[in-house]
Design a protein around this ligand. Structure first.
Ligand code: HEM
Length: 275
């Protein structure tokens, strides 16, 4: 698999969007669109894997508790856009053409032979456990503006997608996954089809990146820079000392009502004194 997808992997790494991601040069709105696209992809892929979990090929590589990403992506979307926007963002009617194409490819592959889902599972999950971990660091540093010395560097808010909490050692898991892959029952021709489908899967991912790049250039993304991201929790007094004073919009409703009442009573008292 690794050998068969080497050339297309290099192409994925060279796409404009991934190069910008690696340089730490993408905006919150672009990253938001990225996880929104991934949400639809993982939902479709994980539903199909679940449906075919007893298939002799799928059962070898089916680790939903360790790998499933749908909930993590929902959490990250809620973090970046706020929970109220999530239903709109995850409405299938809002799927972009590259996302629709990817979902369609997953469904068609399954109709041809559910074994081809192995290619999609391998390409996404092993990618997330490999290069994805490099991207997570870029995201923390450049988009969430965290420093390695901050205690919030290890917090998962906004980056849940990259945290596989039940997998202890990532390399050991990847090795185990590869061993399972080797045991998928295949004929020579199915083996070739699985590698071919992995190459197709890389191409679909490249199309996702290119689409985000194009949407961004056309200024057609939901502008996240204007949506208030939820601040990470305050784990240490040092971090809280650095925190800006809260604005009215960041206070809880109860605090807002109480503050307003104090201001009103104060004004009333001031007016009475004057008259
Ligand atoms: C920013 C771009 C990327 C970087 C820097 C990157 C980096 C890496 C690295 C360093 C590995 C080696 C892991 C190892 O030997 O254990 C790897 C493996 C892998 N990457 Fe990427 N990657 C990128 C993009 C992608 C994309 C877009 C996909 C597919 C969606 C992908 C899928 C994979 C897969 C499936 C593997 C596992 C290969 C294997 O061990 O069989 N990568 N990546």
């Amino acid at each position: 698999m690794r050998q068969g997808t080497k050339a297309v992997h290099a192409m994925a790494e060279k796409s404009v969007f991934t190069k910008r991601f690696l340089k730490g040069d993408i905006s919150k709105s672009e990253y938001g669109q990225y996880i929104r696209s991934l949400y639809f992809i993982y939902r479709a892929m994980e539903n199909l894997l679940e449906q075919h979990q007893d298939h002799p090929a799928i059962e070898m590589i089916y680790f939903p508790e360790d790998l499933n990403r749908e909930q993590a992506l929902l959490d990250d979307l809620a973090y970046f856009y706020g929970p109220d926007l999530v239903p709109m963002l995850t409405d299938p009617m809002t799927m972009t053409p590259a996302v629709k194409q990817y979902v369609h490819a997953l469904e068609s592959a399954c109709l041809v032979d559910p074994s081809l889902l192995v290619s999609h599972s391998y390409t996404r999950y092993l990618g997330d456990l490999s290069g994805g971990q490099i991207l997570a660091k870029r995201l923390k540093k450049h988009i969430l503006q965290l420093k390695k010395s901050d205690s919030s560097w290890h917090a998962q808010e906004g980056v849940s997608f990259y945290y596989f909490n039940t997998i202890g050692n990532t390399n050991e898991f990847k090795n185990m996954y590869r061993q399972q892959l080797d045991q998928v029952p295949v004929t020579e021709s199915l083996k070739a089809s699985i590698v071919e489908e992995s190459i197709r899967c890389f191409e679909l991912n490249i199309a996702l990146f290119d689409e985000i790049q194009a949407l961004s250039e056309a200024n057609s993304l939901v502008q996240l820079d204007q949506v208030q991201a939820i601040p990470p929790p305050e784990p240490s007094p040092t971090a809280s000392q650095k925190r800006d004073l809260p604005t009215l919009s960041t206070l809880s409703p109860a605090t807002t009502i109480l503050t307003s009442m104090v201001i009103l009573i104060g004004c009333g008292f001031y007016m009475r004194q004057r008259s």
